[in-house]
Write a protein that binds this ligand. Sequence first.
Ligand SMILES: Nc1ncnc2c1ncn2[C@@H]1O[C@H](COP(=O)(O)OP(=O)(O)OP(=O)(O)O)[C@@H](O)[C@H]1O
Ligand SMILES: Nc1ccn([C@H]2C[C@H](O)[C@@H](COP(=O)(O)O)O2)c(=O)n1
Ligand SMILES: [Mg+2]
Length: 258
Amino acid sequence: MWRRVASLSPMVSSSSTRSLSRYQAAFGLSVGESFSTEISKQEEGSGLRPKEKAPFITFVLGGPGSGKGTQCEKIVETFGLTHLSAGDLLRREIAMHTKNGDMILNLIKDGKIVPSEVTVKLLQKELESSNSSKFLIDGFPRTEENRVAFERIVGADPDVVLFFDCPEEEMVTRVLNRNQGRVDDNITTMKKRLKIFEALNRPVIDYYKNKGKLYTINAVGTVDDIFKQVLPIFTPFEEQLKQSRRVNPKSPLVENSS
Ligand SMILES: Nc1ncnc2c1ncn2[C@@H]1O[C@H](COP(=O)(O)OP(=O)(O)OP(=O)(O)O)[C@@H](O)[C@H]1O
Ligand SMILES: Nc1ccn([C@H]2C[C@H](O)[C@@H](COP(=O)(O)O)O2)c(=O)n1
Ligand SMILES: [Mg+2]
């Protein structure tokens, strides 16, 4: 999870503290606390509040139209994770005509990937302002550059990486029938998105496979059949997910878990 900053002396200087990610800071984590998921000695029996735990993060990968968003809805219903879709955040920038809106629109229309800095900053803002401590990050990371930027800017690793594995032909059929008015749901853009997926997302999939964090799901079948494969992936994390408290991560004080 968090970058290891433990074992620093309590005398650590404020300049070292500044090197913590803003996300760690936002979660009320200070030097030496970042890995602490337990009540410290000083707090034991003292009636003080337990320290904040690192958030539970799931990345959701898969080609365009593989069913990521559809399955995320079911995961949210069942496990209560907070859904953050990178694509939705980017489309919101377009709709709100922000300074990056036009640039994002042109890239999405052309099936290309938005610069990582932009996407990661949008995700970071959502993570920091959320009351949740368990997240489903859909459509991210799309590239190795995305992955590295998230590590650098947010300073967190995923606990679980889901990969919805779907044949191209099926993805094309689904996207062309989606009917949600998306500018990229046309055959020309779809062909480009598939090429980019193979070239840029495959290395990310391989990275998490090598780390032992990847769960590959056969994304062909009914929505319910596919979800039956997803369910057992979260079973080992059930207790952790139940215990995840809803706290305001911006608050330096952590709410009581009871
Ligand atoms: N198992 C399924 N069988 C048939 N259609 C499906 C299935 N799962 C999702 N769909 C449909 O396929 C389309 C694409 O699904 P969805 O939007 O969930 O994919 P996605 O992976 O999020 O795509 P994108 O990367 O483009 O956002 C939707 O219209 C959805 O209703
Ligand atoms: N990490 C991401 C996620 C999405 N985009 C852009 C490019 C995608 O084609 C488009 C739509 O995303 P989706 O809703 O299919 O997940 O958004 C990106 O550049 N980087
Ligand atoms: Mg989607």
